[in-house]
Design a protein around this ligand. Sequence first.
Ligand code: KG4
Ligand code: ZN
Length: 337
Amino acid sequence: MIWLGIESSCDETACAILKDENGHVEVLSNPLYSQIKEHAVFGGVVPEVAAREHLQKISSITSEAVEQSGLSLKDIDAIAFTTGPGLMGPLLVGASFARGLAKDLNIPAYGMNHLEGHLAAAWLTAQDLEPPFLTLTVSGGHTELVLEEPGFKYTSLGRTRDDAAGEAFDKCGKLLGLQYPAGATIGRLGKDGNRKFHRFPRALKGDDSGEFSFSGLKTAVRRYTETNSPEFIQENLGDICASLEEAIVDILVSKTVWALKKTKMKSLVVGGGVSANARLREVLGNYCERHGIRLCFPDRSLSTDNGAMIAAAAIRRVRQNLLHDIPEVKPWMPLAE
Ligand code: KG4
Ligand code: ZN
């Protein structure tokens, strides 16, 4: 079966062709158009600008995906697109395009949950993995620990009370003078930095819950930039980024360890843009190795938003015979209630 996956929930217009054959899924193509340049001048994503950009690019990115796969439009058997959570305008563009194309090709179109997509990206690297397992979603809009049981039964163990982990990277980065989105830049600048240069706060760490809070970190970084000269910040940027990254990773890992102990799960699936972070991979990897826990991260290229993860989410549902039963996702909905 050949799938077209379409993702347009935020600032990435992404399409992919996936082949599901003999029980194995292969990504044949996965091009995307990133709108980052359009939004960078505003320091964050502007929904109206994003919707317009999607509208201008979605058709050509779809053609590119089909072309790169070596197939043609008529080979596609089904379309999966994102229905939420995400920005209303961008989601509407993707949904209208997907439904229109599906009607034209006389094939079905399925609306998928973006967060389920992020987790499905990790599943692509571990296709034999069966629920139950613990999941950690760390994206620009969400930070949540969810237990997944067979039949896509989700139980939330806690989520952020304010900013998401990716948002913390982006907002703290902005305070340090870095361009949006700052997560990958902070990872790069802090790679060889001193992680103990400054101790930024770890809110709610050790509070016996799965809840997160990152807004205090932002305040701490603001205070830090106000009490230190711009020259000092510039001179020590690598160490400051390393210390900031350490604080975020420390919170994420300690909460995940808490949830692993609470649920007694032996597998952990991580998804979302922040799952590209090398330090998070290293620290979680060490813990899981020591404790015999199977750890599934997406391929680095599939950590941030892409079309392949949306098709993969649909394929996971097909495997469990649950595609007919996809819950309707609203743009503001989390993965689990
Ligand atoms: O999942 P995603 O692509 O979009 C949403 O669904 O929100 O996540 C984007 C977020 C941004 O906040 C970005 O700064 C962060 O993921 N991010 C990273 C890295 N790459 C992307 N954060 C930390 N380290 C990275 N390497
Ligand atoms: Zn995302």
